[in-house]
Write a protein that binds this ligand. Sequence first.
Ligand SMILES: C[S@@+](CC[C@H](N)C(=O)[O-])C[C@H]1O[C@@H](n2cnc3c(N)ncnc32)[C@H](O)[C@@H]1O
Length: 212
Amino acid sequence: MLFSKKLNYKNSVHFDVNSLERGHHKLMYKGIPIIKCPFDYVMYQMIFWEIKPDLIIEIGTNRGGSALYYADLLDIIGHGEIHTIDIDDVVFKEVKMHKRIKFFRDGYQNYDLKNTEGFKKIIVIEDGSHTYDDVKATIGKFKSIVSVNSYLIVEDGILDKLGWKKKYNGGPNRAIKEFINQDDSYIIDRKWCDLFGINATFNTNGFLKKIK
Ligand SMILES: C[S@@+](CC[C@H](N)C(=O)[O-])C[C@H]1O[C@@H](n2cnc3c(N)ncnc32)[C@H](O)[C@@H]1O
């Protein structure tokens, strides 16, 4: 009977990187898939509010949920553009139609840095293939155009903890470690990496702040 049915709930609480990984593939923004760790999802709006960027470059558009979320955040701030780059075009039309978003289809390798001329405050978010070679190459390509006091955010170093390090040839963490050890114009900003606990983010050690 409807009114005598007992609520069935669990008293235990359990989640970990594996359950977060499964869940983050089910996230949507305005009905469009956005593949984002929920901790990072909320940190992005804090970072954008702090930096108030003129330009956000996103490497790895996928369906475009993240680009649309970033663009709406820029609408709230009232300023800024997104250049989002992929090698595939599975991008929802609502994303392409947003007035703040420009979609580039030819991969980060063919993105012309001249497109960044005239923008002063620039954030770069690397969310592409996550292989060591690609992450290393994108850091190398984009590090100079990030503005001082802004961020080059490298996503998904968490893949080490998921047991996928070998598959990605060391992935983001290997590229970050090498970069930070040889370039003193960037630091790993622990303010974001450790906001919810030590590296409680999918972007482990990946919030790279340009300091000079
Ligand atoms: C993890 S998904 C991006 C997710 C998206 N940023 C989000 O949060 O919803 C990675 C994307 O990187 C793209 N990608 C792979 N190689 C690339 C390259 N060389 N340049 C740009 N994007 C690339 C893939 O096609 C894929 O769509």
